[in-house]
Write a protein that binds this ligand. Structure first.
Ligand code: AMP
Ligand code: GLY
Length: 423
């Protein structure tokens, strides 16, 4: 098969690496990809949100399957675009329909879905410009800290957690009236704060059947000890040591199964990944968010632990026969450490030459934000490389990643030295 993968991050490099191990994948195109995907597949410089360009590529290259990495094209409806096109309708797209993608595209939609299907989540209410005073009043009924979430996609920046009531009220006005996050904050969800430890559960579904992939925990803050600004993720560990059989049973019966059943009951077509962000409060799991794609950098630890053929799984997703597939998982731990550009997640420079890549030994380097400049790999984003290792314990895996990171260098390179510190 010829497969087209959309996206350009570490997630896509890891998905590409995994798909290329399949006997079903004879040719892999990545659009637009990065220097890492260029080394193993064929990059095509088109924007995944330009559906017409995607269509032209699919037709000229006779693509048999499209795998969507990031959320944007899904929220914009790429699945439906294919289904509604006479020449594209039989080409499977791995990803949810436009309405399914609202689980990530609208926090309010996700909360309504969770409540409707009795899935444990934080209590909430949502407000608009016209109900801003009621929102300020609602905040007075909650205990601090206050959780404010912009309804729409805000590049991972739309969630504010604030200690002080007056400040929370001011920020609520700022989001609703001054459109702090543009149209994404035309509506704001205010949520009860859940105090616990986070983990993520990844599910692959054909809309009817599902497989639970390995759990992972990511480290979102830029600074050590989970301090400072939020990032896309600075490292990840899989499996999550505290996700024991008892917790996993609760997650499956109270959250995963009702989610997939709920999609079916609501008539929402969904053939792709569901990334469920969870908080364990005491011993009970609660959903804090859905994403409609794999996580980044979680993919860089989940894919290395998946022993089953990923393309076979995708084919089963397309034909709704996922119940006939077996999942085989590597029992070892996998960890990844993100190497980022100095300044990230705020301003940073690009185009820095990266050295030492060929000296890495015993780890897999997934490229996140890189490009080629006259055959030289240079930085091209905030998150630059994800260095993944296996170990019998997560500590051993982390040690290996750090040993290899010591061989890498670029100007103003930064990484967290404490991934896994809380486990
Ligand atoms: P989200 O974009 O929904 O993942 O939220 C970003 C981060 O905010 C999460 O990873 C959590 O650390 C935190 N968060 C979100 N909702 C809650 C909540 N209800 N209680 C506590 N922390 C939360
Ligand atoms: N690492 C979190 C995310 O991909 O959203």
């Amino acid at each position: 098969m010829t497969i087209l993968l959309l996206g350009s991050g570490g997630r896509e490099h890891a998905l590409a690496w995994k798909m290329l191990q399949s006997e079903h994948c004879s040719k892999l195109l990545v659009a637009p990809g990065n220097a890492g995907t260029a080394a193993i597949a064929e990059n095509v410089n088109i924007n995944p949100n330009d559906f017409e360009a995607v269509k032209n590529l699919v037709l000229t290259e006779k693509v048999d399957m499209v795998v969507v990495g990031p959320e944007d094209p899904l929220v914009k409806g790429i699945f439906d675009y294919f289904q509604q096109d006479v020449v594209l309708k039989d080409i499977p797209v791995i990803g949810p329909s436009k309405i399914g993608a609202q689980l990530e595209g609208s926090k309010e939609f996700a909360k309504e879905f969770l409540v409707k299907h009795n899935i444990p989540t934080a209590a909430y209410d949502s407000f608009t410009k016209d109900t801003v005073e009621a929102g300020c009043q609602f905040l007075t009924t909650l205990q601090p800290p206050y959780v404010l979430k912009a309804d729409g996609l805000a590049a991972g920046k739309g969630v504010l957690i604030i200690q002080d009531l007056a400040e929370a009220q001011a920020e609520l006005r700022n989001m609703l009236v001054n459109e702090k996050f543009g149209s994404a904050s035309a509506k704001v969800v205010i949520e009860e704060f859940l105090d616990g430890i986070e983990l993520s559960c990844f599910v692959l579904t054909d809309g009817k059947n599902y497989k639970i992939l390995p759990t992972a925990k990511d480290y979102k803050r830029i600074g050590e000890g989970d301090t400072g600004l939020n990032t896309g993720g600075m490292g990840a560990v899989s499996p999550v040591p505290f996700a024991d059989a008892v917790l996993m049973e609760k997650i499956e019966s109270r959250i995963v199964k009702p989610t997939i059943d709920g999609l079916q009951k609501d008539g929402i077509p969904y053939k792709g990944f569901v990334f469920i962000g969870l908080i364990k409060v005491g011993n009970e799991p609660f959903v804090i968010e859905y994403n409609v794609r794999m996580g980044d950098p979680e993919t860089e630890v989940v894919m290395p632990r998946l022993k089953s053929d990923l393309v076979s799984l995708f084919k089963a997703v397309a034909t709704q026969t996922l119940d006939q597939e077996e999942l085989e998982i590597d029992p070892r731990s996998a960890t990844t450490i993100m190497v980022v550009s100095g300044g990230y997640p705020e301003d940073y420079e690009k185009g820095k030459a990266i050295s030492g890549l060929e000296q890495v030994d015993g780890s897999i380097v997934f490229h996140a934000g890189t490009t080629l400049q006259n055959d030289q790999v240079v930085t091209n984003g905030g998150r630059v490389l994800a260095v993944t290792s296996y170990g019998d314990t997560f500590q051993e895996a982390i040690k290996k990643s750090y040993q290899n990171i010591d061989k890498l260098n670029f100007d103003k390179m930064y990484f967290r030295k404490d991934i896994g510190f809380d486990l």
